[in-house]
Design a protein around this ligand. Structure first.
Ligand SMILES: [Zn+2]
Length: 111
C-alpha cells in the first residue's frame, strides 16, 4: 500500500467517526446537514442536538420566511458548535490529566 493510499484510507476512516464523541461504530453513524454544515454524528449525539433545538420548535407548523429559515439554520449550527466545543474541552482536559498522571513525580527524589 502506498503512502498516498494510506493517507486516503486514514482520511476516509477519520470521516467515519462522530465529530462530537468519536464514536466509530458504522452502525451508529449517520451523515447530517446541520444548518449549512454536513457532518458525521452518531445517533446519540444527533438525538442530543435535536433535543437542544426542541425548545425553539413550534408545536404548530407554520410556514417560515427566508430570513427565519436562515436564522433557524444558524441556531442549529450554533448548537452543533457548542456541543463540539464542549467535547473538545472535555477531551483536552482528559489528555492533560492523563499526561500529568503518567509523568514521573518530581518530588519522588526528595527535591
Ligand atoms: Zn456521537
Amino acid at each position: 500500500m502506498s503512502d498516498e493510499s494510506i493517507s486516503k484510507s486514514r482520511l476516509k476512516q477519520f470521516g467515519r467517526v462522530c465529530i462530537i464523541d468519536g464514536e466509530a461504530n458504522p452502525e451508529r453513524l449517520e451523515r447530517h446537514c446541520v444548518g449549512g454544515i454536513e457532518v458525521t454524528l452518531c445517533q446519540r449525539c444527533y438525538r442530543e442536538l435535536l433535543e437542544r433545538s426542541a425548545p425553539r420548535s413550534s408545536p404548530i407548523w407554520t410556514p417560515s420566511d427566508d430570513l427565519e429559515s436562515i436564522g433557524r439554520a444558524l441556531l442549529a449550527e450554533a448548537d452543533l458548535l457548542s456541543m463540539l466545543a464542549q467535547s473538545r474541552w472535555v477531551f483536552g482536559h482528559a489528555l492533560i490529566d492523563r499526561v500529568r498522571k503518567e509523568a514521573p513525580d518530581d518530588n519522588e527524589d526528595g527535591t
